[in-house]
Design a protein around this ligand. Sequence first.
Ligand code: ADP
Length: 602
Amino acid sequence: MSATDEAQSQIPTLPASHSGIPTYLLEKAQRAKQAVFDTRTKGRNQRQRLPVVPQGIERDVFMQALSELKDELGEENVEINDKPLVDGWYMEHPNTHDMMTILDEEELVASAVVYPGSVEEVQKIVAWANKYLVPIFPISMGRNLGYGGAAPRVRGSVTIDLGRRMNKIIDINPEDYTCLVEPGVSFYALYEALKERGYDHMWVDTPDLGGGSIIGNTVDRGVGYTPYGDHWACHSGMEVVLPTGEVIRTGMGGLPGNNTWQCFPYGFGPYSDGIFSQSNFGIVTKMGMTLMPNPGGYESFMYTFPREEDLAPLIEIIRPLRIAQILENVAQLRHVAQSVAVLGRPRSEFYTGSGPVPFSILHEAASKSPIGDHTWAYYGMSYGPPEIRAHKLALVDSSFRKIPGARKIDPSTLPADDYFFSRDKIAAGIPDIHELRWVNWTPNGSHIAFSPVSPIRGTDATALFKLGKELHDKYNIDFFPAFIVGLREMHLIVEIVFDRANQTKKKEALDCLRELVHEAAKLGYGEYRTHLVLMDQVAGTYSWNEGAVGKFNEKLKDALDPNSILAPGRCGIWGRRYRGRGWEMGLGKEESEGHGVGVGFP
Ligand code: ADP
């Protein structure tokens, strides 16, 4: 497909494609797609050295092994990745590489992509990988953008795209408010299924964009914005194919004939689910998820605060309200830079200088926008019938107004396409696609996140804000901070938006991230989630007692995956065939590959 054809092709919709857009968002998605292609200057890559063969296997043997896999799964379910890499865009994303790559785009690429249609086929792939010692990398949807997308950590891994053929909603239970899903079920798809079945009494919790899979997002510990925003905490029960091929069911799933798999997450004995999140210990083929009861009414609210130094007192106000669940949802406190970027206009419309856009220009742009000038914007939602909401909203109002110059925004003054209404939908469990807009801040817009966790304290917020600002200035990067307030902690999410066709900008972004991770760790802050290229470094910051937790993870890895075939390096966990061979990335070491892999095992 040529680039023009690509820009004009039809966006896949549900249910024709498991990863399609719901029709209620089609028009919005078309506009988003147009904006992405309007700002794209990057051409197609010319590929060399194809197909990519993972280290540790001869080319001929590898090709022979792939033919054998084709015999097992069917020719059409094994695709060699030997064509030009097509970046696509959010709704038509590749499964061959990271469409927002921060490295050279040939670094984190798959050799082939395979499409299992059943748990048995996943087991066959695992057996095959053990036989030929080929690294495999499971994805559910592959939309983990900002964290590596669909890319494997080890170049030449065989990507297992679980979602394409394993995308059933196995069960929705309207009495228990639970569901059981396969890897290819997106937030969009689950939302649509609830509507189709007339289950208005249940809500889905959705992230900012709804195209990711419920399983992929949950195992990577992603968040949404209703009171059920901590997806990991809300899941119940998993089915997992282990790297040696056995299948287990966790929690109550271990008890034959149970009817509690999705109701009680723990079962009996050690709670094993945790080792299957942010790890490389198993392939999740089914997962249970709890659904939120429709609260019988809701109301979004938004406040703005004028000064940068309002941050600390505001966070102090938020903490007790959030812990007491007067502020009920995972809410966002966003900086004016984000308010401007999410207008969806390129940075060049505001500023053409080379350094970061000066704050004075951002304030000027904000003052012309519907919400007016501000430094911080808080988006929240109150749930329940009006009389229940009234009490909570009054408390919030009197507390927030303690900040001089605080303003409550009246939604009726905002245009229908204002970002406020996207936050309103998301906090009510209605998936959207609006958040993409800020990616077009630069041409070939891509993003990568720095996401440290802290308590909900003014001093911590200020320290992280200061660190972020200083390092963004040092590396010439616009600073987009947002505080995402959980129950007793908050994540500062800083998305660096970069032009992936510009090597200098990519290097600046990566250097900045490395220093952010390093300096934050010195202050005692660690990331809650990270991109493939930062995983070794972030895992390394969890170094208490001479890296005891990392050694524990290696012990688990070697016991569960003796041939180190499953997603080597993911989350900084390397199996024994890879260790000590220079595979880790970090400060001063940006090549993603090491020198060979081990051949013999004890
Ligand atoms: P999304 O569904 O949000 O698009 P991905 O499918 O890209 O997310 O998943 C995010 C990451 O989580 C993947 O890169 C992969 O490492 C891991 N992952 C996703 N699905 C599974 C799974 N079913 N089993 C094990 N790991 C998974």
